[in-house]
Write a protein of this length. Structure first.
Length: 294
């Protein structure tokens, strides 16, 4: 089971009317022209501040000020936003991948990032981060799996910034996930039913796939088809109803992603795997190595 969400150029570099350089990450649409964003530096974006992008091709006004750099902005433009973002936006790479500052024009790096920071099966536009476990698959690998009668089935969960926020609460139980939208197609639900009927396993590619499946899970282990919004936080002690195994990258400490992996694989076993990964100098994070947890 794979997540076919597609990363869009969600990072915008621009200026305030006073000329200060700012950067927005479009996190979640609240309506057609109203978006929740992460701003940097956020202190420059007070209520009512107007921003200019692309020499004025796109403007935005701050309509709400939140915590931890969050703002809500109204995008002031005419027509379809998507082609504007394709021209002005940049690929929202993780901060540890260094690139030239936003707003300085697109070069070879940006063209490469738009191609490489996507899974080969990405099709449903809406994520601000790639479901990175899927980056390990090529068309050839998928064809090989299908030749062995392994069903490769797609669902969609649009990855938001909240997936990567560190756990800042004193206890794990107090942490709250931000909402993310997901869709389970009828063919995905039917595939899981067939797997259950023949005693097969459901292997999830990535933590986002697990969250979508478990959010739509029925008591007997099948999955409801349809769309929804999930705030599900999976940590040790969680009872999995759908996912039997997980292919996943190596994640940051104090992250909800590591909590999910530990819930499925067991805390001690996952800690041993991470010690081995550090000892053998495995690559961590988005373009890193992966492991199979079952």
């Amino acid at each position: 089971m794979v997540n076919n969400t597609r990363v869009f150029p969600a990072k915008l570099g621009g200026r305030t009317e006073s000329g200060a350089v700012v950067e927005l990450l479009l996190v979640r649409p609240e309506s057609a022209n109203r978006w929740e964003v992460l701003a940097r530096p956020a202190r420059r974006l007070r209520l009512g501040t107007v921003l200019h992008f692309g020499g004025g091709e796109l403007r935005a006004r701050v309509t709400r000020v939140g915590e931890l750099g969050k703002r809500t902005v109204e995008l002031l433009h005419e027509g379809d936003l998507e082609p504007i973002l394709e021209r002005l936006g940049r690929t929202p790479l993780p901060p540890y991948i260094r690139r030239e500052p936003s707003g300085l024009g697109k070069g070879r790096r940006e063209r490469e990032d738009r191609e490489r920071y996507q899974t080969v099966y990405a099709r449903e536009r809406g994520s601000v981060a790639a479901p990175t476990a899927g980056l390990h698959f090529t068309r050839g690998i998928l064809d090989e799996l299908k030749s062995r009668r392994i069903e490769v089935v797609e669902l969609t969960l649009h990855v938001g910034y909240g997936t990567f926020q560190p756990i800042r609460t004193e206890t794990v139980e107090e942490h709250r996930m931000e909402a993310e939208r997901y869709t389970i197609p009828p063919e995905a639900s039917a595939s899981i039913e067939r797997a259950r009927a023949r005693g097969g396993r459901v292997v999830a590619v990535g933590t986002t796939t697990v969250r979508a499946l478990e959010s739509a899970a029925l008591e007997q282990g099948n999955v409801r088809a349809g769309s929804g919004v999930t705030e599900l936080f999976i940590y040790p002690g969680f009872r999995f109803r759908v996912a039997d195994a997980l292919l996943t990258n190596f994640h940051l400490p104090r992250s909800s992603l590591l909590m999910l992996v530990s819930a499925l694989g067991g805390v001690e076993a996952v800690q041993r795997a991470y010690r081995e990964a550090v000892r053998e100098r495995y690559r961590f994070y988005s373009y890193g190595d992966c492991m199979l947890v079952y």
